[in-house]
Design a protein around this ligand. Structure first.
Ligand code: NAD
Length: 260
């Protein structure tokens, strides 16, 4: 039961982040949503979480490319809910290209949004959690934080970096009642993956059906996409009191991909 707790979830206007925010709200947490998108759609999402789960849901549109806006996101969460118990670093982007064709600006954006933003949210959240004597940080890395695939140099590097950050922060906060862990999903059929199917088809010169069958799900032994529910169960464990000894770990939820 997370009643009364406050959570901030970056990149929660869509896909995995939204599913995680809804799961936290379903268990009683007040949630600060964040992410890009159409203002009207986001307001609908915010409202529906409040009515469906009877919690408070707020929205802050901080761009994860901007350290100042990230600082405001954390400050706004503390101001709105009077506390900050749970930080979920989920915002991410993905582009597929051979390393020699990847534009340097694309590399910078992928590293900034997927990795550096986690550093900024964490450095502002940790002092608040230290003061409270408790906190939970969960970073949404990827199976690509543990293993590589071709044409994803920036993404794989950033996600490996997220796991390195996770381990380091975990060691620093371990005695303060705070934990920091990473979840490493395999392929989930989100808007991010839909656009990646098209990009990969182009990069490899194959059809979109072949990308799903021969590229994405070929690496995933279950041959099925990971469902949102498979991620939320682990998240709820990690943020609970039972999760107190789980620290600095990177949990694969990828149908056995990294076992291969
Ligand atoms: P998505 O595109 O559906 O959602 C991404 C979210 O991040 C959106 O809310 C978007 O608005 C937000 N975002 C993007 N750029 C932003 C920015 N500059 N500032 C603030 N918010 C920004 O993607 P998703 O598939 O749900 O991915 C969520 C996370 O899960 C990412 O970190 C991704 O790398 C990771 N992941 C996804 C999969 C998958 O198969 N979908 C697998 C492993 C890991």
């Amino acid at each position: 039961d997370l009643s009364g707790q406050a959570a901030v979830i970056t990149g929660s206007t869509s896909g995995i982040g939204l599913a995680l925010a809804r799961a936290l709200a379903a268990n009683g947490a007040n949630v600060m949503l964040n992410g890009l998108g159409d203002a009207g759609e986001i307001e609908k999402t915010r409202k529906s979480i409040e009515t469906e789960f009877g919690v408070k849901a707020a929205y802050n549109g901080a761009n994860m490319l901007d350290s100042g806006e990230i600082e405001s996101l954390i400050a706004d969460t503390v101001k709105t809910f009077g506390r900050l118990d749970i930080l979920i670093n989920n915002a991410g982007i993905q582009r597929v290209a051979p390393v020699e064709e990847l534009a340097p600006e694309t590399w910078d954006a992928i590293v900034a949004i997927n990795l550096t933003s986690c550093f900024h949210t964490t450095r502002h959240a940790v002092p608040v959690m230290r003061k409270a004597g408790r906190g939970r940080i969960v970073n949404i890395a990827s199976a690509h934080g543990l293993v590589a695939s071709p044409f994803k140099s920036a993404y794989v590097a950033a996600k490996h970096g997220v796991i390195g950050l996770t381990k380091t922060v975990a060691l620093e906060v371990a005695e303060a009642g705070i934990t920091c862990n990473a979840i490493c999903p395999g392929y989930v059929r989100t808007p991010l993956v839909e656009s990646q199917i098209a990009d990969t088809a182009k990069a490899r010169g194959i059809s979109e059906e072949e990308v799903v069958r021969d590229v994405m799900l070929s690496a995933q032994p279950t041959k099925k996409f990971v469902e949102y529910d498979h991620l939320t169960g682990l998240l709820l464990y990690l943020v609970s009191d039972s999760g107190a000894s789980a620290n600095g770990a990177a949990y694969p939820v990828e149908g056995g991909w990294v076992a291969a």
